[in-house]
Design a protein around this ligand. Structure first.
Ligand code: 13P
Length: 287
C-alpha cells in the first residue's frame, strides 16, 4: 500500500538521514527502484514528473502499475508515489488518480500567488492524508522543457510557505537539475542554514541530486535536508549500460534482442545507482 511521505520524512529529519526520491520513467525503472528499496530495507519515494506521467499513459496507469508491483513483488518498505514539480491542475489530477504525495511547484509565481495556490492544496491534502511539498526559489537547469536559473530562496518567503502547513519544503540553494557545469559554485549552505532556522523541524528537500559531491550531501542533511531527488543519474547509468551491451554486439548474439535481455544491464545499473544513493543518504535499514 502506498503511504504519505510525512512519517518517513519526519523520522529521517529527526534521525539525520535523507530518503531518496527516485524518478520513474517506465516499468523497468519502477521495478528496479522498488526491489532495491526492499533489498536494503529503505523507505523510498517514487517521483513522477508531469512529462513522465504523460509518457507512461497518464497518472492512473502509473498508480495501477505501482500498486500492482507493490503487491506482486511483496514490497513491505514504505513507498510514497509523489508528483514531481506539479502544476495546480497536475496536482489535482494526481490527487484524483490515487497518488500518496504531491509537489506543487509555485516557485515561478509571485509569492502571493504561490501562497494562495499552496494553501488550497494544503487543505485538500490534509483531508485526504497526503503529503505535500512546496517550492520557493526555482531550481536551476532544465526539466520537461522548463529552464530555471538556480536561485537562492528567500528564507522569509520559505517561512511563509512552511507556515501554511505543507509537509516538506524545497528551497532553491543554487542546485540544478541535470549535470552540474564545470564552473558550478556549489550549494549555498548559508542559504540552507538560514532557511533551516526559519522553518523549525520541517523536512527540507534537495532537488538536483545528480552529481552533488558526497560531502555536500552530508552537510545538507546536517542542515535539515530529509529528502533528496535523483533523476538524471539513473538515466545516465541506464543509457551507459545499454550502450555497452549494444556496442559489444550482444543484441545480435542468440536471443540477445529479447527486450528482457536487452534492458537487463540498464535495469541492473539503475539498481546499483539507487543502492549507492541510499547508502550515501543513510536510509538503508530505516524502513
Ligand atoms: P536530477 O535529475 O539532477 O537528479 O534532479 C532530479 C530532481 O530534482 C527531480 O525533481
Amino acid at each position: 500500500m502506498l503511504v504519505s511521505a510525512k512519517e518517513m520524512l519526519t523520522k529521517a529529519r529527526a534521525g539525520k538521514y535523507a530518503v531518496g526520491q527516485f524518478n520513474i520513467n517506465n516499468l523497468e525503472w519502477t521495478k528496479a527502484i522498488l526491489l532495491t528499496a526492499q533489498k536494503l530495507n529503505s523507505p523510498v519515494i517514487l517521483g513522477v514528473s508531469e512529462g513522465a506521467g504523460k509518457y507512461m499513459c497518464g497518472y492512473k496507469t502509473v498508480v495501477g502499475m505501482v500498486n500492482g508491483m507493490i503487491e506482486s513483488l511483496n514490497i513491505t518498505v514504505p513507498v510514497a508515489l509523489h508528483l514531481d514539480h506539479g502544476s495546480f491542475e497536475g496536482a489535482m489530477a494526481c490527487i484524483n488518480a490515487g497518488f500518496s504525495s504531491i509537489m506543487f511547484d509555485g516557485s515561478h509565481y509571485p509569492i502571493e500567488e504561490n501562497i494562495a495556490l499552496t494553501t488550497k492544496l494544503v487543505n485538500t491534502c490534509e483531508v485526504l492524508g497526503l503529503s505535500l511539498e512546496a517550492e520557493v526559489g526555482s531550481i536551476g537547469g532544465e526539466e520537461d522543457g522548463v529552464v530555471g536559473a538556480g536561485e537562492c530562496a528567500d528564507p522569509a518567503e520559505c517561512k511563509m510557505i512552511a507556515d501554511l502547513g505543507v509537509t516538506m519544503l524545497a528551497a532553491g540553494i543554487g542546485n540544478i537539475h541535470g549535470k552540474y557545469p564545470e564552473n558550478w559554485a556549489g550549494l549555498s549552505f548559508d542559504t540552507l542554514a538560514a532557511v533551516n532556522e526559519q522553518v523549525g523541524e520541517m523536512p527540507l528537500v534537495l532537488h538536483g541530486g545528480t552529481g552533488i559531491p558526497a560531502d555536500m550531501i552530508k552537510k545538507a542533511i546536517s542542515l535539515g535536508v530529509a529528502k533528496i531527488n535523483v533523476n538524471t543519474e539513473c538515466q545516465l547509468a541506464f543509457a551507459a549500460a545499454t550502450r555497452e551491451y549494444i556496442e559489444a554486439g550482444k543484441d545480435q548474439q542468440g536471443k540477445g534482442f529479447d527486450p528482457r535481455k536487452l534492458l537487463a544491464p540498464g535495469f541492473d545499473a539503475i539498481c546499483a545507482t539507487v543502492a549507492e544513493k541510499m547508502e550515501l543518504f543513510g536510509s538503508v535499514g530505516k524502513a
